[in-house]
Design a protein around this ligand. Structure first.
Ligand SMILES: [Zn+2]
Length: 186
């Protein structure tokens, strides 16, 4: 007679843990979206946060020029901007390297899907989990990159969790105009 009670309690505990995890995922994804708004990029603003196993933010990043590099107008346009702009994820990695913060075993939240270049960085710095926006493989410019990213992360044994872009809870309080989902460009 006791067994069902135990099973019930385990299920209850698991459910509570799942809810707690989701709550933190939403908080961190919101934080990454907020940080993305600091980007000066004209078409795509991407932010990320890296958290440790105590849900503390230990590094952040958004896409933009390296600190100190002049923000001349022509540098904001393609193709030149590709040379001057660093992606949010790698900006967070470089910040952590500069400050001596270990990223091994941490989780990255990014309101986009990492490109293949950043995916190699994710593996290289030792992240264990990546929470991303709903990938859209139809983007002409990035579709192939995204597939390679997901393939590499999977092969490297990194847990990838996908947030739906249209998750109402996630987008609440955000003006989504001008966010990456609109343009599909970078
Ligand atoms: Zn990237």
């Amino acid at each position: 007679m006791k067994l069902p009670t135990i099973v019930f309690n385990i299920n209850k505990k698991q459910k509570a843990e799942k809810e707690r995890k989701k709550k933190w995922d939403i908080r961190m994804m919101k934080a990454s979206k907020h940080i993305g708004t600091w980007s000066k990029d004209l078409s795509t603003k991407v932010g990320c946060v890296i958290v440790n196993d105590e849900n503390r933010i230990i590094a952040t990043g958004y896409n933009g020029f390296p600190a100190g590099v002049h923000e001349d107008e022509e540098r904001f346009f393609r193709p030149l901007k590709y040379k001057y702009t660093e992606h949010s994820e790698r900006n967070a990695f470089y910040y952590a390297a500069k400050e001596g913060i270990a990223l091994k075993g941490c989780t990255l939240y990014v309101d986009w899907i990492p490109c293949a270049d950043c995916a190699r960085g994710i593996i290289g710095v030792g992240l264990k989990r990546v929470v991303i926006e709903d990938p859209n493989h139809n983007f002409e410019r990035w579709g192939e990159d995204f597939k390679i990213t997901l393939t590499m992360l999977k092969e490297a044994g990194i847990e990838v969790e996908v947030f739906n872009e249209f998750d109402k809870e996630l987008w609440k309080g955000f003006d989504t105009k001008g966010y990456n989902g609109d343009s599909g460009e970078f």
